[in-house]
Design a protein around this ligand. Structure first.
Ligand SMILES: C[S@@+](CC[C@H](N)C(=O)[O-])C[C@H]1O[C@@H](n2cnc3c(N)ncnc32)[C@H](O)[C@@H]1O
Length: 251
C-alpha cells in the first residue's frame, strides 16, 4: 500500500494505534477487557434505551427476517443483544442467524446467553470474513461498525457477502444537535466515561467511546461512503434525537 492510500483510510483510531492492524488489535483488547461488565454497563449508561434501539432495528428488517430461507449475519455482535433481537423478530421463521465478533471473551458471553436458541456465533474479523460471496440476505452491525479500523473496507466486505437485493443495517451512535446535543455532550464526554471506568475498572474504553463517536463520519458522509461501496437506497434514520441512528442500504 502506498503512503498516500494509507493516509485516506478512515476508521477507528484508539490512542497509540498507528496503523489499521494496530487499531484492530487495540479495539479487540479493549472489548475483551470490558466483556465481563459490558452488558451491565450498556444498560446502565443508556438507561436501557439500548434495548429499544436493537428492537427497532430488528423490526425494520421484519420482512427479511420472516422469510423462512433468510440468511442473516450480525457483525460485531459482542455479547449478542442485537443478534437476539433479530431472532425474536424472526419469530417462528427458519431464518438462519449468525453472529460474528473478533473478541473471544465477548463471544463467550453471547454463547452463554444463547443456550437453547438456534443462534450460532463465529469468531472472525469483520474486515476479512470466512464466508463465500453473496451468502446473506441481511447484514447488521450494532455499535460495532464505528470500531472498524477501515470503514470503506467494512462496507466492501458487506457488499461482497450480500446477495443481490440483500440489505444492510448499521446501527450506531450519532451526535445530536441543538440544546439536546449540548446536554448530551456533557453526559457523553464527562459523566459516561466516569461511570464506565468506575464499574468496569478499566479506564481506556470509556474515554475511547466519545472520541470514536466524534471521529465517526457525519450521516451525509457515511451515506456517500455506502453509495461508493455499492449500496443503493442508502438512508439514515435518527433514533432518540440522533443519539443513535440506523443506516440502511440495498445491494
Ligand atoms: C460496542 S460493541 C457492540 C456489541 C453489540 N453489537 C451490541 O450492540 O451490544 C462492539 C463490538 O465490535 C467488535 N468488533 C470491533 N471491531 C471488529 C472487527 N473488526 N471484527 C469483528 N468484531 C469487531 C468488538 O469486539 C465488540 O464486541
Amino acid at each position: 500500500m502506498s503512503d498516500s492510500s494509507k493516509a485516506t483510510v478512515i476508521g477507528a483510531a484508539p490512542e497509540g494505534a498507528n496503523d489499521s492492524a494496530a487499531a484492530g488489535r487495540a479495539v479487540r483488547e479493549m472489548f475483551t477487557s470490558i466483556a465481563p461488565r459490558y452488558d451491565l454497563l450498556n444498560h446502565v449508561l443508556s438507561f436501557n434505551v439500548d434495548r429499544w434501539w436493537w428492537w427497532k432495528t430488528a423490526r425494520s428488517f421484519a420482512s427479511v427476517l420472516k422469510r423462512p430461507d433468510a440468511r442473516v449475519l450480525d457483525l460485531c455482535c459482542g455479547t449478542g443483544d442485537m443478534t437476539f433481537a433479530l431472532r425474536r423478530q424472526a419469530g417462528k421463521s427458519w431464518a438462519r442467524i449468525l453472529g460474528v465478533d473478533f473478541s473471544h471473551a465477548m463471544l463467550q458471553r453471547a454463547n452463554g446467553k444463547a443456550v437453547g436458541t438456534s443462534l450460532n456465533f463465529v469468531e472472525a474479523d469483520a474486515l476479512c470474513l470466512p464466508f463465500p460471496d453473496e451468502q446473506f440476505d441481511l447484514i447488521t452491525a450494532a455499535f460495532g461498525f464505528r470500531n472498524l479500523a477501515d470503514y470503506d473496507a467494512g462496507l466492501r466486505e458487506m457488499v461482497r457477502l450480500l446477495r443481490v437485493d440483500g440489505e444492510c443495517g448499521i446501527l450506531d451512535f450519532g451526535e445530536p444537535g441543538g440544546l439536546m446535543g449540548k446536554l448530551y455532550r456533557i453526559y457523553f464526554r464527562r459523566v459516561l466515561p466516569a461511570i464506565g471506568t468506575l464499574i468496569s475498572g478499566v479506564r481506556g474504553p470509556y474515554a475511547y467511546l466519545p472520541a470514536s463517536v466524534e471521529r465517526f463520519p457525519s450521516p451525509q458522509e457515511m451515506l456517500g461512503r455506502m453509495r461508493r461501496a455499492g449500496f443503493r437506497e442508502a438512508s439514515w434514520t435518527p433514533y432518540t434525537f440522533g443519539i443513535a441512528g440506523l443506516y440502511r442500504g440495498k445491494k
